[in-house]
Design a protein around this ligand. Sequence first.
Ligand SMILES: [Zn+2]
Length: 185
Amino acid sequence: MKTWKLWENEKINKEEASLLRRHADEIPVPFDEEGRRDVETLVDTFVGRDDAAGLAAPQIGISKQIVVFRNGNFTDKAPIKKGDGNYDVLVNPRITQIRGDMEKTQEACLSCPDISADVVRATSIKVKAYNEKGEKINKRYTGFLARVVQHELDHLDGKLIVDRGTTIYFPKEKSLFFDKIFKDE
Ligand SMILES: [Zn+2]
């Protein structure tokens, strides 16, 4: 399944951008047929990839509140397998607590090709959500994993690193295109 992007090959994707910018809809709980299918589609799209720490449903064109992400092992990006326990699925997630220091690190996003951005995030969060089976869960995430979760949850709010970034980096040879985008904002 293709990844939806704000732009591609120095052209703005108006339609994809408008879905990526939407506030995603909640999944009814207990999950109905459609909810179950959407969760499965996102997980199936994510497993086997080695180019992403996480993926949010809007990034594959499904404007629903579902995210999936690696729950460790970020350096060796060996593809994860379905059901291997190396990823978490969060449905209708809410951050219920933010603790610890804020930290600034460079992030990239499959939906914002060619750029990276310095983003300030909390280093410890607690999240209330449903897992892929529709069971209520409460989890604490810390360190880099907390950052990944906040990045994915932002997607459900229609927020991307270009909105959060304090500094945005892009290759010089594409500055004609990106200078124009980031000046307009
Ligand atoms: Zn992203």
